[in-house]
Design a protein around this ligand. Structure first.
Ligand code: PRP
Length: 211
């Protein structure tokens, strides 16, 4: 393990906002991660490195202490389970909701529903909390197609503008939880690299407060 502080970011559409936030507290990668195939980048600070990962992997790298800190969607953290790290800050990026959705013109449904989702743990917890038994069907994308084709009765998915639901003849039904990007910190890094990590958390907190 390096004595540097390693920050894991999520690649994809949220990366721009994550890099802007880091830049707002004076941390800039030596090379633009969006224009490179590299996965680890030095920064303008010799004690800081940035790692670019798939969203679902940020929590795993932070849990195992390979990355000391990370920026990860709450949707992914809820699926991951969240052990081995703290979640000190809501970064306020990537705001959306996890919702149950179904066909706008829904036919009569059986008492035991089939629910298609990639958020299987979140969906299981939601229905268990309501005491409702369902069958979960794991999908990796294009969830909206499941009720349309008859694969499932309803879906549990991310809704941002609602345009994808609408375009596929679906409507939002139940709000499961609000989602945003969170800062996570490995528990032992927080002790061993306390000063550097605390400075970054405080700077991010101030920056988020004025966004
Ligand atoms: C997400 C989600 C919906 C869509 C919702 O998919 O799964 O399909 O965004 O956004 P909207 O309410 O603004 O229409 P994403 O584009 O992230 O792709 P994915 O299939 O990889 O989840």
């Amino acid at each position: 393990m390096t004595s540097n502080v390693v920050i894991a970011l999520t690649k994809g559409r949220i990366l721009d906002a994550e890099l802007d936030l880091l830049s707002s507290i004076g941390i800039v990668p030596e090379e633009d991660p969006r224009k490179s195939r590299k996965l680890v980048f030095g920064t303008n600070r010799s004690d800081l490195e940035i790692m670019i990962l798939r969203g679902a992997d940020v929590a795993t790298y932070v849990e195992h202490g390979i990355a000391d800190m990370g920026m990860s969607g709450k949707d992914v953290l809820l699926e991951h389970g969240g052990t081995g790290f703290y979640e000190p800050l809501d970064l306020g990026l990537g705001k959306c909701r996890i919702m149950v959705a179904g066909l706008k013109d829904e036919p009569p449904l059986p008492s035991r529903l089939k629910i298609a989702t990639k958020f299987t743990n979140t969906a299981k917890r939601f229905y268990a909390s309501r005491g409702v038994q369902v069958d979960i069907i794991k999908l990796y994308g294009a969830m909206e197609l499941a009720p349309v084709t008859g694969l499932a009765h309803r879906i549990v998915d991310i809704v941002e503008t609602g345009n994808t639901l609408k375009a596929n003849g679906l409507v939002p039904m139940d709000l499961i939880t609000e989602i945003s990007t969170r800062l996570i910190v490995n528990e032992s890094s927080y002790k061993t690299k306390f000063q550097a990590i605390k400075e970054i958390i405080d700077a991010l907190e101030s920056s988020v407060a004025v966004q």
